[in-house]
Write a protein that binds this ligand. Structure first.
Ligand SMILES: [Zn+2]
Length: 320
């Protein structure tokens, strides 16, 4: 077997970015499987959702957004702690940076290691990495729910924690008035799942149940196209749940039979590849995903910190 290039290190082709206006003052920027971002207009301010990997990458998104609105960014909302979602924050000049309580804790605990890990895994996303001034620190955090009044007759934006999932501290941003949901990496639409920091059993059950209960009519996932309409939203949720379910089933089966991590990886890969193999970052994610699930099923409560060194070890053990 020829060895595969590490993670997404050989993926150097820029993706096509598409800005969609989902409703009056509601924007999503998708990019063929690269991390998605969004924005919501308040009466005289903007709420931005996700910050991309560097200020230079974020500035390109803000330039696109400025073709539609010149309102200042009051709130920058971070769905979770991962570097490619947070390190571009300084470009927004936001008054307030909002995240879940545990996201702030995770940045303190493992933000530096995660930065080094993600930079090596996905170098293309880090446009001019020297433009990053340092870790991004949320200035307002919450545990369950936080509501932003958008002013005028624009309704409200509800930020909610639906339980542990992609990380310990994921939040979603929900516009009840338009039934539009920004789901962060809790839901992917035609992109593979990264579960290296996940709580698979909780994510696949109660957390996704709570996301589904919102009954969104449009959903912006962490990566991939916007899901338009109830049916497409259901399909994105179903795809996410099935990916997790297959991982749990195959890894659980190999463990029960006294197998090894490497055998579990092979079993999960074989089971997922026909449906998910061609979707973005599938090969990149899978070794890290199965390594974390193996730990979870072994009783390791919290994800082990990924360092650039550990990334290579796990990759070399499973993917080459
Ligand atoms: Zn993530």
């Amino acid at each position: 077997m020829t060895s595969k290039p590490f993670a997404s290190s050989a993926d150097l082709t820029d993706k096509q970015q598409t800005l969609e206006v989902l409703a009056d003052g509601v924007y999503a920027l998708t990019a063929e499987g690269d991390p998605n971002v969004g924005a919501v207009e308040g009466e005289d301010f903007l709420v931005c959702f996700e910050a991309l990997a560097t200020p230079v990458a974020a500035r390109a998104w803000l330039d696109r957004l400025r073709e539609h609105t010149g309102k200042p960014v009051r709130h920058l909302v971070l769905s979770h702690y991962h570097a490619v979602r947070t390190l571009g924050a300084s470009a927004f000049g936001a008054d307030v940076i909002i995240a879940h309580d545990d996201t702030r804790k995770l940045i303190a605990e493992r933000g530096e290691q995660d930065w080094a890990s993600e930079l090596a895994r996905m170098p293309r996303l880090f446009k001019e990495p020297d433009s990053i001034p340092g870790l991004t620190w949320p200035t307002v955090t919450f545990s369950d729910r936080l509501t932003i009044d958008l002013g005028g007759d624009r309704g409200e934006l509800v930020l909610a924690h639906c339980g542990r999932g992609h990380t310990e501290g994921d939040l979603v941003a929900w516009l009840p008035r338009h039934k539009i949901l920004f789901a962060g990496d809790l839901v992917e639409s035609q992109a593979a799942l990264y579960t290296g920091d996940a709580f698979h059993r909780e994510w696949a059950t109660t957390t996704l149940d709570r996301v589904a209960a919102l009954e969104a009519e449009a959903l912006v996932g962490g990566r991939g196209a916007v899901a338009h309409g109830r049916e497409a939203v259901r399909a994105a949720l179903g795809q996410t749940r099935a990916f997790l379910g297959t991982m749990l089933e195959e890894t659980g089966r190999v463990r029960a039979a006294g197998g090894t991590l490497k055998e579990a990886f092979a079993a999960v890969h074989a089971a997922l590849e026909p449906r998910y193999g061609r979707w973005p970052i599938f090969e990149h994610c899978l070794p890290f995903d199965v390594a974390r699930l193996w730990d979870e099923l072994s009783g390791v409560e919290r994800p082990v910190i990924w360092t650039a060194e550990r990334d290579r070890e796990v990759w070399n053990a499973l993917q080459s």
